[in-house]
Ligand binder design. Structure first.
Ligand code: ZN
Length: 100
Protein backbone atom coordinates (compact mmCIF):
# COMPACT_ATOMS: atom_id res chain seq x y z
CA UNK A 1 0.00 0.00 0.00
CA UNK A 2 2.76 2.38 1.00
CA UNK A 3 4.60 1.74 -2.25
CA UNK A 4 1.56 2.83 -4.19
CA UNK A 5 1.46 6.20 -2.35
CA UNK A 6 5.15 6.83 -3.10
CA UNK A 7 4.58 6.26 -6.81
CA UNK A 8 1.62 8.62 -6.78
CA UNK A 9 3.64 11.32 -4.98
CA UNK A 10 6.51 11.05 -7.47
CA UNK A 11 4.07 11.41 -10.33
CA UNK A 12 2.51 14.47 -8.66
CA UNK A 13 5.94 16.10 -8.15
CA UNK A 14 6.89 15.66 -11.79
CA UNK A 15 3.56 17.05 -12.86
CA UNK A 16 3.99 20.08 -10.56
CA UNK A 17 7.52 20.75 -11.82
CA UNK A 18 6.44 20.62 -15.46
CA UNK A 19 3.49 22.83 -14.62
CA UNK A 20 5.73 25.43 -12.92
CA UNK A 21 8.05 25.49 -15.94
CA UNK A 22 5.08 25.95 -18.24
CA UNK A 23 3.77 28.79 -16.07
CA UNK A 24 7.18 30.54 -16.13
CA UNK A 25 7.47 30.30 -19.92
CA UNK A 26 3.91 31.56 -20.33
CA UNK A 27 4.19 34.40 -17.78
CA UNK A 28 7.47 35.70 -19.28
CA UNK A 29 5.96 37.65 -22.24
CA UNK A 30 3.15 39.12 -20.12
CA UNK A 31 4.98 42.43 -19.31
CA UNK A 32 5.69 42.97 -23.03
CA UNK A 33 2.05 42.48 -23.96
CA UNK A 34 1.06 45.01 -21.25
CA UNK A 35 3.52 47.60 -22.62
CA UNK A 36 2.27 47.12 -26.19
CA UNK A 37 -1.27 47.76 -25.00
CA UNK A 38 -0.15 51.04 -23.35
CA UNK A 39 1.55 52.14 -26.59
CA UNK A 40 -1.64 51.52 -28.54
CA UNK A 41 -3.60 53.71 -26.11
CA UNK A 42 -1.09 56.58 -26.36
CA UNK A 43 -0.97 56.54 -30.17
CA UNK A 44 -4.77 56.54 -30.27
CA UNK A 45 -4.92 59.71 -28.14
CA UNK A 46 -2.31 61.57 -30.24
CA UNK A 47 -4.03 60.49 -33.48
CA UNK A 48 -7.28 62.13 -32.36
CA UNK A 49 -5.56 65.57 -32.23
CA UNK A 50 -4.60 66.57 -35.83
CA UNK A 51 -4.46 70.32 -35.01
CA UNK A 52 -0.62 70.44 -34.82
CA UNK A 53 -0.13 69.22 -38.40
CA UNK A 54 -2.02 72.17 -39.93
CA UNK A 55 0.13 74.69 -38.01
CA UNK A 56 3.32 73.01 -39.27
CA UNK A 57 2.14 73.23 -42.90
CA UNK A 58 1.39 76.95 -42.61
CA UNK A 59 4.84 77.64 -41.12
CA UNK A 60 6.51 75.69 -43.96
CA UNK A 61 4.77 77.87 -46.58
CA UNK A 62 5.91 81.08 -44.87
CA UNK A 63 9.56 80.09 -44.46
CA UNK A 64 10.80 82.14 -47.48
CA UNK A 65 9.06 85.56 -47.68
CA UNK A 66 10.65 86.52 -51.02
CA UNK A 67 9.07 89.64 -52.54
CA UNK A 68 9.23 90.93 -56.12
CA UNK A 69 12.01 93.37 -55.26
CA UNK A 70 13.97 90.76 -53.30
CA UNK A 71 16.21 87.84 -54.21
CA UNK A 72 17.91 84.96 -52.42
CA UNK A 73 21.70 85.02 -52.57
CA UNK A 74 22.96 81.63 -53.76
CA UNK A 75 26.13 81.97 -51.67
CA UNK A 76 24.85 82.99 -48.20
CA UNK A 77 21.16 82.01 -48.90
CA UNK A 78 19.87 85.23 -47.30
CA UNK A 79 16.93 87.21 -48.67
CA UNK A 80 18.43 90.47 -50.01
CA UNK A 81 16.87 93.58 -51.52
CA UNK A 82 17.31 93.93 -55.27
CA UNK A 83 19.56 96.95 -54.72
CA UNK A 84 22.07 94.67 -52.99
CA UNK A 85 22.37 92.33 -55.96
CA UNK A 86 25.94 92.44 -57.25
CA UNK A 87 25.90 89.57 -59.77
CA UNK A 88 23.29 87.40 -61.50
CA UNK A 89 24.47 84.47 -63.61
CA UNK A 90 22.32 81.64 -65.08
CA UNK A 91 19.37 82.78 -62.90
CA UNK A 92 21.48 82.60 -59.73
CA UNK A 93 21.90 85.88 -57.86
CA UNK A 94 24.66 86.88 -55.47
CA UNK A 95 24.70 89.75 -53.01
CA UNK A 96 27.34 92.44 -52.64
CA UNK A 97 28.71 90.87 -49.48
CA UNK A 98 29.51 87.63 -51.31
CA UNK A 99 30.67 89.13 -54.64
CA UNK A 100 32.30 92.30 -53.32
ZN1 ZN B 1 25.36 86.52 -50.18
Amino acid sequence: MAADYDELRSDVKETQNSTLEAVKSVSAPDPRSVVSELDVDESGESGSMPGGEFVAEELTVQVIPQGEDEFVCQSCFLVRHRSQKALEKDGLAYCRDCEG
